[in-house]
Design a binder for this molecule. Structure first.
Ligand code: NAP
Length: 293
C-alpha cells in the first residue's frame, strides 16, 4: 500500500501534522521516518502508525524509510550550520529519488524569493533548487516565522521592564502558529492537486513591535512601550540587560531585516488552505496570558 511518509514527526511541527493528518486519512496510510525510535514509540505507539528508522545523518536509512511513499513530507532539519543543513536536505532528496518517491512536500521559509531573512532563506532556496533539479513532483510550503518564537513566556520580561528594545523601527513581521501550518500541511498531504505548487504559508496581516507593546499593555494592564535604537546601540542594550551575546546578535540581524522591510510580506495561501484566518499574534498572546481579547 502506498504511504504518506512524514519526516521530523517527533518534532513540534511534525507531531501536529500527524495529528491533523489522522483526521483526513486512514492510519494505515501514514508512516513516520524518525531517528529516535523510542521517542516515536512513546508518541505514536498507541496509534498504530508505522514507525520507520530514518536519520538525516545516514542517507541509506532514509532511503529504506521512504520506500513505498506516494508522498513524502520533508520537514527541514534543525541543524545550525547552513552548509550541513543543505547537505542533509540534498541527501534526503537523493534518497527519496532512489526509493521511488513520487511526490515530495518540503517545508521551506516564507518570502525567500523576496529577500526574507537570508541566514535561513539561503538554506531553503538551495533546497528548493535541488528539488526542482530532481525532476520529482514537489510542493513547496513556505512557512512564515513560528508565532510561538515571539508569543511565549519570555514576553513577561517586557512587561516587567515596561519596555521592548529593538532596532526594528516600525518594520513589520509575519508570523503564524505551528498548528495552523500543520493543518495546511495535512490538507496538502491528504488532497490531490497540489503537485508543483509553491504556497506562502504566511498571514495576510503583519505586526510590528509598537503593536506588540500595545498588546502587552492590554493583556497586562501595565504600560509597555517599544523603543527602537540603531543596531549597535540596541545590541549594547540587549547585552547589558543580560541577553547572551550570540542571541543578541541574532536578534539584531532579524531586527535589521524587519527594519529593511524584508519580513513584512503577506499572503492569502494559508487562509485558503485552512479555510479561515490564521491565529493572530494578539490571539496567541491573549491565550498565553489567559485574558479575554
Ligand atoms: N518557520 C520558523 O520560524 C522555524 C523556526 C524554527 C525551525 N524551523 C524549521 O522547521 C523545522 C521543524 O520545526 P519544529 O519546531 O518541528 O522543530 P523541532 O521540534 O526541533 O523538530 C525537529 C525534528 O527534526 C528531527 N531531526 C533532527 N535531526 C535529525 C536527524 N539527523 N535525522 C532525522 N530527524 C532529525 C527531530 O528529531 P528528534 O525528535 O529525534 O530530535 C525532530 O523530529 C525545523 O527543523 C527547522 O528546520 C522553522
Amino acid at each position: 500500500m502506498s504511504k504518506i511518509v512524514v519526516t521530523g514527526a517527533t518534532g513540534e511541527l511534525g507531531q501536529l501534522v500527524v495529528k491533523h493528518l489522522l483526521k483526513r486519512v486512514p492510519t494505515s496510510q501514514i508512516a513516520v521516518s524518525v531517528r529516535n525510535l523510542e521517542k516515536a514509540a512513546g508518541l505514536f505507539g498507541d496509534q498504530d502508525i508505522e514507525v520507520r528508522y530514518g536519520d538525516y545523518d545516514d542517507p541509506s536509512s532514509l532511503e529504506k524509510s521512504f520506500v513505498g511513499a506516494s508522498k513524502l513530507l520533508l520537514i527541514s532539519t534543525p541543524q545550525d550550520d547552513s552548509i550541513v543543513r543543505i547537505r542533509k536536505h540534498v541527501d534526503a532528496i537523493q534518497a527519496a529519488k532512489k526509493a521511488g518517491v513520487k511526490h515530495i512536500i518540503y517545508t521551506s521559509f516564507a518570502a525567500i524569493d523576496k529577500g526574507a531573512f537570508p541566514p535561513l532563506g539561503n538554506v531553503h532556496l538551495a533546497t528548493e533548487y535541488t528539488l526542482r533539479a530532481s525532476g520529482l513532483s514537489t510542493t513547496i510550503l513556505r512557512n512564515a516565522f513560528y508565532q510561538e518564537a515571539f508569543a511565549n513566556e519570555s514576553l513577561q520580561a517586557y512587561i516587567d521592564h515596561g519596555v521592548i528594545i529593538t532596532s526594528a523601527g516600525e518594520g513589520k513581521l509575519n508570523t503564524v502558529e505551528r498548528n495552523d501550518l500543520a493543518i495546511a500541511t495535512a490538507n496538502v498531504l491528504a488532497e490531490e492537486g497540489h503537485e508543483n505548487k509553491t504556497y506562502e504559508l504566511a498571514s495576510s496581516e503583519t505586526w510590528n513591535y509598537d503593536e506588540l507593546a500595545n498588546i502587552l499593555s492590554d493583556v497586562s494592564g501595565k504600560t509597555v512601550s517599544h523603543q527602537s535604537f540603531s543596531d549597535s546601540n540596541a545590541l549594547e542594550k540587549l547585552i547589558e540587560s543580560g541577553v547572551p551575546e550570540g542571541i543578541a546578535q541574532f536578534q539584531i540581524t532579524l531586527y535589521n531585516s524587519i527594519a529593511n522591510g524584508n519580513e513584512g510580506n503577506t499572503s492569502h495561501d494559508l487562509e485558503e488552505l485552512i479555510g479561515r484566518k490564521p491565529i493572530s499574534i494578539r490571539e496567541s498572546i491573549t491565550h498565553l496570558f489567559n485574558r479575554p481579547i
